[in-house]
Design a protein around this ligand. Structure first.
Ligand code: PLP
Length: 437
């Protein structure tokens, strides 16, 4: 397999596009950042003519795979009528109503363009609602790259971030150019640690506006909350007048139509959704209680964005949700079946090749890591994985025709089949065979 044209394109791109990639993460792919030509279903083709089974899926959004006919139809229809108006339209109402019906915590929603923006809005709402300023967030979670929340985020594929690798530590800006004072209001805690949460909230509740958490730590090891942990977070925040925000930018519409909070039966004040919501078109939402969301209606909180609620984005979201909801959610049953096949097969292959490792899985998203630990249930344990070995595995898989994110997180789409999963496992068998050679 050759990547000649991708390598040449990167050099050319760097003459004009800063860094040659449009998002810093993409620079980390080994042996080179790939240039794509087209995608179809679960497959993506690069400019050198190589075809891959795609588990990167655009870093998560492509839950219907590439170029799904329903998405194409919805986008064509939107384009014919005008992609954005800067005025209100029926698609916004339909999408907002659908989100209020599907997301258990949603009485009102607000639409934005990215997960980062949705988190910014959720934090602003929480501060305005409580008239307090501090925000509790957790090690290993990622909530977008805005100055207000982007702390150092240790990831095998995040080149520019400073490298905080311990599970405890100071709040360090995530990037050069970020004002250190932007994080003055952030309290960084270990996740899945009920005692740390209780102590901090009880001691500092007069200053804490919000606790923000991924419901499952998808960005660092796909780690589940301990039994009772999210419930404790809910009851403490409610008791102490703190807004509970679940960041469902990954889990929203991926775990099910009701997101992780529906799955776990938790009632947060606000959730953020993005990625899978638009099936690959930029759209995100904040959803939550009418009382808090009313701050937007009264004008107490500004929510802005030129392209918010564009006809293209709302049409894409509605088409994606329709596909996911069809036949009583058959897409989720299928994604779970394929993910099961993959994760079971990968665990067996790790044993066969004598490679100590773990696959943590929740619905159609899983994290595969090479690690000596028997369990990875904390960020501290996750930090012990061999990221270099995994990146080498991902590069070998590329040669085998399988596209993976270099940090270990796999996404499965509604269009992946048993056949792709079988091919993937055969490729993984060969790649693991060469890994230590
Ligand atoms: N929140 C979570 C949990 C995420 O995983 C991400 C992105 O990966 C974001 C927020 C930021 O979303 P976006 O990249 O759309 O700005």
């Amino acid at each position: 397999m050759t990547y000649k044209k991708s390598i040449a394109d990167l050099e050319q791109s760097k003459q004009f596009l800063a860094g040659g990639v449009a998002s810093t993460l993409r620079a980390a792919m080994q042996p080179t950042p790939l240039f794509a030509e087209s995608g179809s279903g679960p497959y993506i083709r690069d400019v050198d003519g190589n075809e891959y089974i795609d588990y990167l899926l655009g870093y998560g959004p492509l839950i219907l795979g590439h170029a799904h006919p329903s998405l194409i139809g919805a986008l064509e229809a939107a384009a014919r009528g005008g992609v954005a108006y800067g005025l209100q339209h029926a698609g916004e109402i339909e999408l907002a109503r659908t989100l209020c019906e599907l997301l258990p915590c949603a009485e009102r929603v607000a639409l934005s363009g990215s997960g980062t923006e949705a988190v910014m809005l959720a934090l602003r709402l929480a501060r305005a609602h409580t008239n307090k300023r501090k925000v509790v967030r957790f090690h290993g979670h990622y909530h977008g790259w805005s100055d207000a929340i982007f702390t150092s985020f240790p990831s095998a594929d995040m080149k520019l971030s400073s490298s905080l690798t311990a599970a405890q530590g100071p709040v360090v800006p995530g990037t050069g150019g970020q004002s250190a004072s932007s994080l003055d209001d952030i309290i960084l805690l270990p996740w899945n640690d009920p005692a740390a949460l209780e102590q901090t909230l009880k001691e500092q509740h007069n200053e804490i506006a919000a606790v923000i958490s991924e419901p499952i730590m998808c960005n660092s090891g796909c780690i589940r909350p301990k039994a009772g942990y999210l419930e404790q977070m809910r009851s403490l925040t409610r008791e102490l007048g703190i807004v509970m925000i679940l960041d469902e930018v990954i889990t929203g519409f991926r775990l099910g139509l009701g997101g992780a909070h529906g799955h776990f039966g938790i009632d947060p004040d606000l959730v953020t959704v993005g990625k899978a919501l638009g099936g690959g078109i930029a759209i995100s939402a904040v959803a939550g209680s009418a009382e808090i969301m009313k701050l937007i209606e009264t004008g107490a909180v500004s929510h802005l964005g030129t392209l918010n609620g564009s006809t293209a984005a709302t049409a894409a979201a509605l088409a994606t949700i329709r596909e996911l909801a069809a036949d009583d959610g058959a897409a989720y049953i299928r994604m779970n079946r394929i993910t099961n096949q993959l994760t079971t097969g990968i665990r067996e292959l790790m044993k066969k090749h004598g490679l100590p490792g773990i696959v943590n899985r929740e619905g159609p998203v899983f994290h595969m890591m090479f690690i000596e630990e028997r369990k990875v249930e904390s960020f501290e344990a996750f930090s012990k994985r061999d990221g270099v070995l995994y990146a080498k595995f991902a590069a070998l898989m590329l040669e085998e025709g399988v596209l993976l994110r270099p940090n270990g997180l796999w996404y499965v789409s509604a269009i992946h089949s048993e056949q792709e999963a079988r091919k993937t496992l055969l490729a993984a068998d060969r790649a693991m065979g060469r890994l230590l050679a």
